[in-house]
Structure formats: structure tokens, C-alpha cells
Design a protein around this ligand. Structure first.
Ligand code: PDD
Length: 285
């Protein structure tokens, strides 16, 4: 069951006009929210980021936080899996094609859900391969825009090379992955690039840094150089759908000793424990 502009229906029945500005211009923003045991994970934070994205494209939020929460609840209830990945999408609506904002047009609101499988155990045990390339995206990567053509092309580079993600480098520093945030371990310290306009402020990224702080894992939020990426002891990838994954190959070379490292193992376990406390409704943060 999906939600589209006020109605709930099976996805096969959902229709949007071809003049929707999402279709014509990619003029919209989105969120991906993980749901564990039918509870949305960090919903308030995802809705806050949605507001940031809407502000970034100068589109009024069509719903209050309460309304979004209610819609999210209804979609979760209307779908089978206990663990789901929710996709929320808002576009500037339907109007005659013209780049300038249309007046008096209602935004299009779409929500769908997909089952959210746990990351495969084999991949957690062996780690995943990534490639690197130059970050050629625009300078507002903090907006979760639906116009994802650069990310699509960048991520496909990884797939074509038999890897799963592309790590992006801009002016000698790492920004993020094509669809994930990247952490580096160097000299036993977890390094994370600071949130700015060059990367998406990941919700999983925040959880990882909070867990590191709460568990006395040494960490620094600062610019991370390409050299540090290439000589890292460990590399980690985070996203709402992939949680935390170890990266063990970079551009065909081993990362560290080529196996998932101790900081990954610690953070992975902390993340799983944290999920359980959230699902029981007793998380400390
Ligand atoms: N992508 N950076 C980019 C470019 C992303 O697309 C994503 C997530 C992240 C991680 O953010 P979070 O931890 O909040 O999921 C970072 C989602 C999952 C997607 O587009 O499907």
C-alpha cells in the first residue's frame, strides 16, 4: 500500500500526471526512513532533514510533523514486513513546463514502503569493495534532492567495476559515497568529514558518532584527505538501508589487512544493541 496526494492504494494503481515537476525537472526532495519491528527509526530527525531539504528548494512543507507521523504510521500498518524502508517524496507539483516556480500549485506527496532485509551476513564477514572517483555533483549535496542523476552515474561506476559503492573525492578530500556516508579509521581514531554543503547529513552518520562518543571510541570530525582514505586501517560505509558495513577493498587494493576491523566490529554491535533499545522504547538518546 502506498500513499499519494491524500489517498492510500496499491502501488500498481498509483498514477501521476506527466507534467509533474518531479518527472520533468527532478524538482523535489525525498527521505528514506528505516523501520524496525514496525517502529520508524529516528523519525523526528528524518522529518527535520526533510524540512531542511524543502527549505533548500524553497518549497513549503505540505504537512505538519504530526501529519507526517500519522501518514508514516498508516503506511507501516498497511505493509507486510516488520522491517521496512519507507520512501517519502515531495515534488513542486503539476504545472505547464516552465523552469520558474508555478503559482498556486499543490505539491505532490508520495510515500511507499519496501521490505528492509538485514545486510547479508557474508558481506559483513568479508567486507565490501568500493572504488573512488572525483565528486562532480553540485554544491548543495546537503539537500536530499530527487534529481539523482550524478549519484546514479557515480554509483554505476562501482557496479561496473564489481564493487558496491563509489567513494567521492573533491579537491583532495573525501566527501561521501554516491549513496552513503564514509568513515575512515587512521591511527586507531575514527574520522568523519564535517557536515557541510558537500555531503548529505546522514542520520546513520549521526548515530555512529553518538555511539562513538557514548562508548569512548576515539573520534574526530574534520576534513579527511584522500591520502588518509588510501592509507586507512579501516573504512566504513553507513546508510539507512545498509546500516554499517565494512569496506575491505578500495580501487582493487586491500584496506588495512583486508578484513573487517575492530572499530567496525565494535560499532556494528553497538548499532544493533541501540536498535533493540529503540524498538523497546528505552533508548538513552
Ligand atoms: N541514501 N549520502 C548520500 C548521497 C545518500 O544518498 C545517503 C542515503 C546517505 C546516508 O544517509 P542516511 O544515513 O540518512 O541514510 C549519505 C538513501 C538510503 C537512498 O537514497 O536510498
Amino acid at each position: 500500500m502506498i500513499y499519494l496526494n491524500g489517498d492510500f492504494m496499491p502501488i500498481e494503481e498509483a498514477r501521476i500526471p506527466v507534467l509533474d515537476r518531479g518527472f520533468i525537472f527532478g524538482d523535489g526532495v525525498y527521505e528514506v526512513i528505516p523501520v524496525y519491528s514496525r517502529k520508524p527509526f529516528r523519525l523526528a530527525e528524518h522529518l527535520r532533514r526533510l524540512q531542511h531539504s524543502l527549505d533548500g528548494i524553497r518549497l513549503l512543507n505540505p504537512h505538519s510533523g504530526k501529519e507526517w507521523s500519522r501518514l508514516v504510521e498508516q503506511i507501516i500498518a498497511g505493509n507486510e514486513s516488520d522491517d521496512q524502508s519507507l520512501y517519502l517524496h515531495v515534488t513542486r507539483g503539476v504545472a505547464k513546463r516552465d523552469h520558474a516556480f508555478p503559482k498556486g500549485v499543490r505539491p505532490t506527496v508520495f510515500i511507499m514502503s519496501n521490505p528492509l532485509p538485514a545486510p547479508p551476513r557474508e558481506l559483513l564477514a568479508t567486507g565490501v569493495a568500493v572504488v573512488t572517483t572525483n565528486d562532480n555533483r553540485w554544491l548543495r549535496c546537503d539537500i536530499k534532492a530527487i534529481s539523482l542523476l550524478p549519484n546514479v552515474l557515480l554509483r554505476q561506476m562501482a557496479i561496473d567495476a564489481g564493487a558496491i559503492e563509489t567513494v567521492l573525492l573533491r579537491d583532495g578530500f573525501m566527501t561521501e559515497g554516491a549513496a552513503s556516508n564514509i568513515f575512515v579509521v587512521k591511527n586507531e581514531i575514527l574520522l568523519a568529514p564535517p557536515k557541510n554543503h558537500l555531503m548529505l547529513p546522514g542520520i546513520t552518520y549521526d548515530v555512529v558518532l553518538e555511539l562513538a562518543a557514548a562508548n569512548k571510541i576515539r573520534h574526530e570530525v574534520r576534513a579527511v584527505s584522500e591520502y588518509e582514505v588510501r592509507t586507512a586501517q579501516e573504512l566504513l560505509l553507513t546508510s539507512s538501508t545498509k546500516e554499517i558495513m565494512p569496506i575491505t577493498r578500495l580501487d582493487g587494493k586491500s584496506v588495512g589487512d583486508g578484513k573487517p576491523g575492530p572499530i567496525f566490529a565494535m560499532l556494528y554491535q553497538l548499532y544493533q544493541n541501540y536498535k533493540i533499545t529503540v524498538m523497546r522504547g528505552s533508548a538513552a538518546f
